[in-house]
Design a protein. Structure first.
Length: 520
C-alpha cells in the first residue's frame, strides 16, 4: 500500500467524521438561533474566509510541496528553513490583518451588509485569524511529509470541541438577542481551532524532529531564496483562493440587489439566500470530504513523483484520483437528487431548500472533480493556470447571478443555476489545462461503467422512494430505500471493479470483500 493511498484513506475517514460532526454543528446552530441567526452567521463567514486567505497567502500548499521535495532529497536543513520562513511570514501577516478586521468591522456591518448586527459575529470570529494561520503551517508540514494522521486528528479535535461548546456559548446569549447568539456560535469555532492548534504544537514538539528555536533568526535572515520559492507557489495559489473568497464575499451583495430588482423583499431575500447557502450547499458539498482528502494527498504525491522523474506514477495518480472522484460524485448526485426532501426535513425541520438540491445535484457531479484537478495543477507548478481558471469561473458566476436572479420568473433559483454554471466551467477549464500539461489517458470504459452504476442506482432508488408499501412507516421506508440505493451502487462498482482491491482493503468494514477479491 502506497503512502499516497494510505494518507488518502486516513483523510477520507477523518473527513467523513468531520463532515458529519460539522453537520451536527450546523443543525444545532440552525435549530438554536433560527433562520435569522444563521443569516447573520453566514454573512460574517465570507469576511472571515477572506481574511484567512489573505493571511495564509497560499502557504499550506507551498509548504506541503517544498517539504515533500526536501524530504525526497533528505535535506532536513531545508525543511527547517521552510518552516521558519513560513511561520515568520504568517505571523507578520496576522499582525496586519487581525487589527484591520477589527477596525473595519463597524463599517462592514453597517455599509456592506446593511445590518449592524453582523458586527458582533465579526468581532467574535476575528481572533481565529492568527490561530488558523499558524496551524495551517504545521498542517502543511505534516502533509509534505505525507503524515496525514496529525492533519486528520486536528480536524476531528476542532469539530469535537466546537460541538461540545456550541450550546454553552450560544444558549446563555439568546435572551440578549440573536446577534449575540450568532457571536457565541462564532466563539465556539474559535475555541475549536485553538484546541486543534494546541494539539499540532504538542505533536510537533513531542516528535522533536526539528528544533525551530535553535538559530531561528539566522534562518530567517538566510531564508530569502526559500521565501522566493514559497511565494512562487503560494501567490498564484492565493490568487485562486482569493478570487474564490472575493467571489463569496460579493455573492450575497449581488444576490440581494438582483432579488431586489426581481421584486423580492429584503427579508425574504435573506431567508432564501440562507436556505441556498446555509442548507442546500453544505449538503451538496458533503461528499467532498473524499475529494478533499484526495486533493490534500495529491499535491505532495505528485510533487515527489515529479522530483523523482516518474511520469508514469504522475499519470497513475491523476487517473486514480479522477476515478475515485467519479464514483463518489455519482453516488452523491443520485442520493441527493432522489432523497433531497426527506434529508432536508430531517436535518433542518423544513424541506423548502430541497428544490435547490434537486436542480444543482446533477451539475455538482463536476464539483467533485474540481479539487483533485486543482491539486494536480498545483503539484505540476501550474498554480497560475488554476488561478486564471478560478477567475474566469468567478466572473461568469457573478455575472450569471445578476442576469438570472434579477428575473422575476427565476429569483433565487437563478443564483442556484449561476452557481452550477460556475462550478461546471471551472472544472472543465481545470481538466483542459491538466490534459494540455501532462499525458494521461481516459479509460472510456470505466466512465461508461460508472454511468451504468449511476443509472441503475438512480432508477432503483426512485422506484423504491416513490412507491412505498402501505404497511411500512414512511421514514423507515425512506431509510431502507436510501440504504438499498447505496448498496446497489456499491455492488455495481465492485462488479465492474471501479474500486480497486488495494483501495478496498483499507476501507472500514470492507476488509472481507478485499480478501475475497484477492483469492479470486
Amino acid at each position: 500500500m502506497s503512502k499516497f493511498l494510505q494518507g488518502t484513506i486516513i483523510l477520507i475517514a477523518a473527513g467523513f467524521i468531520t463532515k458529519i460532526l460539522g453537520f451536527i454543528n450546523r443543525i444545532v446552530v440552525a435549530r438554536m438561533i433560527g433562520d435569522e441567526g444563521v443569516g447573520l452567521y453566514m454573512m460574517a463567514v465570507p469576511t472571515l474566509v477572506l481574511a484567512i486567505t489573505a493571511t495564509q497567502i497560499g502557504l499550506p500548499v507551498a509548504i506541503s510541496k517544498l517539504v515533500a521535495e526536501a524530504e525526497a532529497a533528505g535535506d532536513r536543513q531545508r525543511v527547517k528553513k521552510i518552516l521558519v520562513v513560513s511561520l515568520t511570514t504568517t505571523g507578520v501577516l496576522s499582525l496586519v490583518f487581525l487589527p484591520a478586521l477589527i477596525v473595519a468591522a463597524p463599517w462592514l456591518s453597517r455599509t456592506m451588509f446593511t445590518d449592524p448586527r453582523t458586527y458582533y459575529p465579526l468581532m467574535a470570529i476575528a481572533p481565529v485569524v492568527p490561530i488558523v494561520a499558524i496551524s495551517s503551517v504545521l498542517r502543511g508540514y505534516f502533509q509534505g511529509r505525507q503524515q496525514m494522521k496529525p492533519y486528520a486528528y486536528s480536524l476531528l479535535i476542532e469539530q469535537i470541541v466546537r460541538i461540545s461548546l456550541i450550546a454553552l456559548c450560544t444558549r446563555p446569549l439568546l435572551p440578549y438577542g440573536v446577534e449575540y447568539a450568532a457571536a457565541g456560535a462564532m466563539a465556539s469555532s474559535v475555541l475549536g481551532e485553538l484546541a486543534a492548534l494546541l494539539y499540532l504544537l504538542f505533536l510537533f514538539k513531542f516528535k522533536k524532529s526539528i528544533r525551530l528555536r535553535t538559530n531561528f533568526f539566522r534562518y530567517v535572515h538566510a531564508g530569502k531564496e526559500t521565501f522566493g520559492r514559497l511565494m512562487r507557489i503560494a501567490l498564484p495559489t492565493t490568487g485562486g483562493r482569493l478570487i474564490g473568497s472575493l467571489s463569496w464575499f460579493f455573492e450575497p451583495i449581488v444576490v440581494a440587489n438582483s432579488l431586489a430588482l426581481a421584486g423580492v423583499a429584503a427579508s425574504a431575500a435573506t431567508k432564501q439566500y440562507g436556505q441556498l447557502v446555509g442548507y442546500a450547499l453544505p449538503l451538496l458539498t458533503l461528499p467532498s470530504f473524499i475529494t478533499y482528502a484526495l486533493s490534500t494527498a495529491l499535491v505532495p504525491a505528485i510533487s515527489e513523483a515529479m522530483a523523482q522523474n516518474k511520469p508514469l506514477l504522475v499519470e497513475y495518480r491523476i487517473t486514480q484520483a479522477m476515478r475515485l472522484a467519479l464514483v463518489t460524485g455519482g453516488l452523491s448526485a443520485v442520493v441527493l437528487y432522489i432523497f433531497a426532501e426527506p434529508l432536508m426535513r430531517w436535518m433542518y425541520g423544513t424541506s423548502e431548500a430541497a428544490i435547490f438540491i434537486q436542480v444543482m445535484a446533477p451539475f455538482f457531479l463536476f464539483y467533485y472533480f474540481q479539487g483533485p484537478l486543482q491539486a494536480v495543477l498545483q503539484g505540476l507548478d501550474l498554480a497560475n493556470a488554476a488561478m486564471t481558471n478560478s477567475l474566469i469561473g468567478a466572473a461568469v458566476k457573478l455575472a450569471c447571478i445578476f442576469v438570472l436572479a434579477s428575473r422575476p420568473s427565476l429569483g433565487i433559483m437563478g443564483a442556484a443555476l449561476a452557481t452550477s454554471i460556475g462550478t461546471v466551467l471551472v472544472t472543465l477549464l481545470h481538466f483542459a489545462t491538466v490534459a494540455k500539461a501532462v499525458s494521461f489517458s481516459i479509460n472510456a470504459r470505466e466512465y461508461a461503467k460508472a454511468l451504468v452504476a449511476i443509472a441503475a442506482a438512480g432508477a432503483a432508488g426512485y422506484a423504491l422512494f416513490r412507491y412505498p408499501p402501505a404497511a411500512m412507516p414512511s421514514p423507515l421506508w425512506t431509510l431502507f430505500a436510501m440504504a438499498a440505493t447505496i448498496a446497489l451502487y456499491v455492488t455495481v462498482l465492485l462488479f465492474f471493479q471501479l474500486i480497486k482491491r488495494e483501495e478496498l482493503v483499507y476501507l472500514p468494514g470492507l476488509h472481507w470483500l478485499a480478501r475475497k477479491n484477492g483469492r479470486k
